[in-house]
Structure formats: structure tokens, C-alpha cells
Ligand binder design. Structure first.
Ligand code: IPE
Ligand code: IPE
Ligand code: MG
Length: 253
């Protein structure tokens, strides 16, 4: 079953105008509050959140976004009540079992970044299989950050560099960046956080240096294609200067 309504031919046309961010990174926040407002258990919000994610993956594919990275579980989320952590792990397991085939059919590459050793053997095996199955897909790279922390990512990159025996002189931004979990992907153009909080919560730290930030009060289970379009519309109004002046940017374009 195809997730997408438009052909890939449209993608090129959209991309050339730079209207569409290549890479969108999302903190999917507000599931618990969504459920609480409906007097439902928090896990009902997480379940609804998986549905919302399905819609956003489809919408990104239709709009020609080539990389979507979502924060599903932070290295700090283990601090939550044991019941909630257990239910989140079950949901992650079910999603891996049920959704990967559809991602593959839709030419979506699936990746997980984070410290996978924190997960059960079963989850780790499903992740490995899904990454292997979808490794040659090119339409959209969909990355889930799970047991991920931006600080963890920087530390593990430094550890890898040091294990290679590099000298202080050899350490550079480029050398370090090659060891991050998302080394092979473009840095996010647009960052979205739902749920009303205006913070990064230890998501991508290094990679967000020049990303356009967008915060919305929408709770994640309510975030749909229209909400995504509103975020992209906001992105289009931004002038990305990367340190230069507005005049320089306009002269170059
Ligand atoms: C985000 O929703 C999902 C995870 C962190 C796993 P929350 O569960 O943080 O929802 P709120 O912030 O309590 O509403
Ligand atoms: C950030 O949300 C992590 C995820 C969405 C997975 P949190 O709800 O855990 O963030 P804080 O605790 O409000 O900063
Ligand atoms: Mg939250």
C-alpha cells in the first residue's frame, strides 16, 4: 500500500525552489497531556502519537522532505514511572513489528540512533533487521532517536576519535562530525517541537547549530499534515544567513 499521493517527479520541482526543508527534526511532545485532557491513561496518548507519526511520515514523503528524524525516547525518559517505560517499550516493539514492512514498500529507509544497548534483545534484533531490510531505500530516510541524548552522541563521537588514536592537532569539527550518529545525513533545516515547551531537552545539540526552530502549542497526537504545512510555511519566511549579512545573502541568491 502506497503511503504517498503524489509522484516523486514533483519532488524535484519543489526542491529546486528550496521551499521544502531537506531534513526535519521533531520533538514529539504532549502525548501525556493529550490523554490527560481526555481522562485517558498516558499510554493512550502515546498510541495516538504513533498514528500522528504515520501521518507525518506520509506528509513528509509527499512534500519532498528527504530526511525526517524524530525523538521517541530520550536517555532521560528512563526516569519515568516503571509502568510507563514498560508500556512505551511495548509500543516501540509493536511498531517495529507492524510498521516496518509498510515503510519498506514506500521506499523509506529506517534508522535508529541512540544507545541501543539499553533495549531488550528482541527490540535490538528488530531494529537491526529493519535497518538491513530498508538500507537501500532512497525516498525518505526516517530516523528514530531512541535512548538518545545529544550529549551522549558527542561523548561517543569523542570516544571513537580517541580510540583511533588521533592527536589534539588532528581533532577538528569535521573529524568529530564524522563520528556522530547522523554523520551521513544533512543537518536539520527545520526543528519542530510540539507540546508548547520551548527547549531542546538534550535532542540533537551539535546538529541544530543553524537549524530554524519552530515551536507549537499543538499536542503531538493532534499534529497533522496541516500543522506540518504551517511549520514549513514558517520556515519559508526565514532568512538563513549563517553569519553573513542580509545583503550578502540576497546578492548570492
Ligand atoms: C512525548 O510525550 C513522548 C515521550 C516523551 C515518550 P510526553 O509523554 O512527554 O507528553 P507530556 O509532555 O507529558 O504531555
Ligand atoms: C522530550 O520530551 C523527549 C521526547 C519527546 C522523546 P520530554 O517530555 O521528555 O521533555 P521534558 O522532560 O519536558 O524536557
Ligand atoms: Mg513531555
Amino acid at each position: 500500500m502506497s503511503l504517498f499521493r503524489v509522484s516523486t517527479r514533483n519532488k524535484q520541482a519543489i526542491r529546486e525552489t528550496h521551499d521544502v526543508p531537506r531534513h526535519i527534526a521533531i520533538i514529539m511532545d504532549g502525548n501525556g497531556r493529550w490523554a490527560k485532557r481526555r481522562l485517558m491513561p498516558r499510554v493512550a496518548g502515546h498510541r495516538k502519537g504513533v498514528e500522528a507519526l504515520r501521518g507525518v511520515i506520509r506528509a513528509c514523503g509527499e512534500r519532498g522532505v528527504t530526511h525526517l528524524t524524530v525523538f521517541a525516547f530520550s536517555s532521560e525518559n528512563w526516569r519515568r514511572p516503571q509502568d510507563e517505560v514498560t508500556l512505551l517499550m511495548e509500543l516501540f516493539l509493536r511498531a517495529l513489528e507492524n510498521e516496518v514492512a509498510r515503510l519498506h514498500e514506500n521506499d523509506i529507509r529506517f534508522r535508529v540512533i541512540g544507545d541501543l544497548s539499553g533495549f531488550s534483545e528482541r527490540i535490538q534484533a528488530l531494529i537491526r533487521d529493519a535497518e538491513m531490510l530498508t538500507r537501500n531505500n532512497t525516498r525518505l530516510t526516517f530516523t528514530v532517536a531512541a535512548n538518545y541524548g545529544g550529549r551522549w552522541d558527542i561523548v561517543q563521537a569523542v570516544k571513537k576519535l580517541m580510540a583511533e588514536g588521533v592527536t589534539p592537532e588532528e581533532i577538528s569539527e569535521t573529524a568529530l562530525a564524522q563520528h556522530f550518529s547522523m554523520a551521513d545525513m544533512p543537518e536539520p533545516d527545520l526543528f519542530i517541537r510540539t507540546g508548547g515547551e520551548q527547549r531542546i531537552s538534550n535532542f540533537l545539540l551539535w546538529q541544530l547549530a543553524y537549524t530554524e526552530l519552530y515551536f507549537t502549542d499543538s499536542l503531538w497526537p493532534d499534529f497533522d499534515a496541516d500543522a506540518l504545512d504551517a511549520a514549513i510555511a514558517s520556515y519559508r519566511t526565514r532568512e538563513r544567513r549563517f553569519g553573513r549579512t542580509s545583503e550578502q545573502v540576497r546578492a548570492a541568491s
